[in-house]
Design a protein around this ligand. Structure first.
Ligand code: MN
Length: 571
């Protein structure tokens, strides 16, 4: 696609000059970066970011998000530096592109028990909801073009789509995107079930469509009589994957599924919605117990509409949804519907949008039940995903997700994987590099724990452990060692070795440092180094919560102590 054509689409979506100018720059930048690259289908690569960014633009998101969508693969595929993106397009675009690049590394590896953590990790790593939306549009386009890939890869991507991306779209209320993702993945992941479902439904397909068309015309005529203007009337068959899931819940009995066909009536005002419900019920009898008023009582995620089942012409059960245009857009695009490009959006919707943002936030919070109540106080920012800000999600080399509190270190990670791994940890690699035990892990990091058979926890590990699980294990190990082994042998001991100029009261000052920390001195050695200098060596047992640096600093402050070192002793 050439720029002229792309620009035309942006203009149709009401993007203004300023936005178009920024997006154009990104369009040309991406075209240049990907110019020698092809997709697996053989088509020029640039078609992909163009398609993704247009999907984002359809949602009328801000220019920075469209820009980031155009640039989303230039770092990963073309090795363009983040610095350059920042320089050319500013901090916010760079942040979004970096977010997409980071979440790209999160992969579903078929470990079902970890999938919920994986979704959380995805959101925590993305940091910004716009990153998630770009990624969903990226995945949607990849699924639409998945057929050219080899079977193995196709299957992996489709399964990941079902397990990771479709549920994320669902959580964000982007139900149309979710339905598309599921129906694209369904035949790849479950080919037999998909075929069977299609057969079940296909039997009456022509019939159903003719029927719906006829019913639609009848409704239109009746509403016109009452002077109610319809925005549009849509009808749809339930999407395949959701039919299959519903079949599974209903003993595979297609007759038990009432909403295989549905009609959606979109009207101008809420008042018209209620009037229409009354008119419809007067003519076509409602199925008892199925009328739901989600306008007066919206679903927790903010969804609004009137739902009913009526016995339509020929006494067939039809599901009817009645709502306004706003409600319909909302249902289709969920949270994304709120971020109308400022210039294109309506001013008077602001207040309602804030309420809606709150709904969405609440939905996510419900999903995050175990952390509810402590992370979100007043921070109801719609874009920032900070419900997880007190958690980090790190990966094992095999792709298992380990969910830890912020500030956790490789020691916590090791104990959360397995107590045996913790007890024998000798070192850690974080994203391929050796990291100290005190290293604070970040979301998205891959952590490899190195172990040695003869390696054992020492009390200073307690200084680096953040989680009560790790602390508890270390303590219980230290206790075990203390009780089971002979007190002198195997107990971890340290020596503080000092070079001093002797003076009256020096030894007393030194020992008072240890007693200040509640540490018992096990032995004191002293010897002359020269006519002026002495060496004093203090043996002591470690004490939890007293890091050696504290002891060192205090000792160094003593008059006439010139040098101090602390070493573990072999006994
Ligand atoms: Mn991509």
């Amino acid at each position: 696609m050439e720029w002229q054509e792309y620009e035309k689409k942006l203009r149709e979506l009401a993007y203004k000059d300023e936005a178009v100018a920024i997006i154009k720059k990104a369009f040309l930048f991406a075209a240049e970066a990907h110019k020698n690259e092809r997709r697996e289908s053989g088509e020029p690569y640039i078609g992909h970011p163009i398609a993704v960014s247009l999907n984002v633009a359809e949602l009328k998101l801000d220019a920075n998000t469209v820009t980031a969508a155009l640039l989303h693969d230039v770092i990963e595929n073309q090795g363009i530096k983040m610095e350059e993106i920042k320089k050319e397009f500013g901090k916010e675009v760079a942040f979004l592109v970096e977010g997409v690049t980071k979440v790209d590394k999160i992969k579903y590896r078929g470990i079902e028990r970890a999938v919920e953590s994986l979704r959380k990790m995805f959101l925590a790593t993305a940091e910004d909801i716009r990153v998630v939306i770009i990624k969903l549009m990226d995945r949607l386009h990849n699924m639409e073009t998945v057929s050219v890939l080899p079977d193995e890869k196709k299957k992996r991507i489709a399964l990941e789509t079902l397990e990771l991306y479709a549920p994320l779209a669902d959580r964000l209320g982007m139900w149309q995107v979710k339905a598309k993702l599921e129906d694209l993945a369904f035949p790849i992941v479950h080919p037999e079930e998909c075929k069977w479902t299609i057969e079940q439904v296909r039997e009456k397909k022509d019939e159903r469509e003719k029927y719906l068309e006829r019913f639609k015309a009848l409704i239109e005529r009746e509403l016109k009589k009452e002077n109610i203007e319809t925005v549009r009337i849509l009808y749809r068959a339930k999407h395949m994957y959701s039919i299959w899931k519903k079949l599974v819940r209903n003993e595979m009995n297609i007759e038990r599924i009432m909403d295989l066909v549905a009609i959606k009536i979109i009207l101008r005002t809420v008042e018209d919605c209620y009037k229409t419900l009354g008119i419809v019920h007067k003519i076509w009898k409602p199925a008892p117990g199925h009328i739901k008023d989600f306008i007066a009582l919206p679903k927790p995620n903010g969804y609004q509409s009137l739902h009913t089942y009526v016995f339509g012409p020929d006494k067939k059960v039809v599901s009817l949804h009645i709502g306004t245009d706003d409600m319909d857009k909302e249902a289709q695009y969920g949270i994304a519907a709120h971020w109308f490009y400022e210039a294109g959006g309506k001013k008077n919707t602001t207040k309602r949008l804030d309420e809606k943002r709150f709904y969405w936030v609440r939905q996510l919070q419900e999903w995050q039940e175990e952390h509810k109540g402590k992370t979100h106080e007043e921070t109801l920012s719609a874009l920032k995903i900070d419900f997880f800000k007190n958690r980090i999600f790190a990966l094992t080399p095999k792709g298992d997700v380990v969910d830890l509190p912020e500030g956790s270190t490789p020691i916590d990670f090791a104990y959360h994987v397995h107590s045996d791994i913790g007890d024998h940890m000798s070192g850690a690699k974080v994203d391929g590099r050796m990291a100290p035990f005190s290293h604070q892990l970040k979301s998205g990091s891959t952590v490899e724990i190195l172990t040695q058979k003869n390696k054992k926890p020492t009390s200073d590990w307690l200084d680096h452990a953040k989680t009560s699980l790790a602390k508890g294990r270390i303590r219980s190990y230290l206790r075990k060692v203390g009780s089971e082994e002979a007190p002198k042998k195997g107990k971890i001991m340290f020596e503080a070795i000092m070079t001093v100029k002797d003076r009256v009261g020096l030894l007393r000052d030194i020992s008072s440092v240890f007693s200040k920390f509640g540490i018992n001195i096990s032995e004191t050695k002293s010897g002359a180094l020269s006519s002026e200098h002495h060496r004093i060596t203090i043996g002591f047992a470690p004490k939890k919560n007293v890091p050696h640096t504290k002891i060192l600093t205090s000792l160094k402050q003593i008059k006439n102590v010139e040098d101090v070192a602390i070493k573990e002793t072999k006994n």
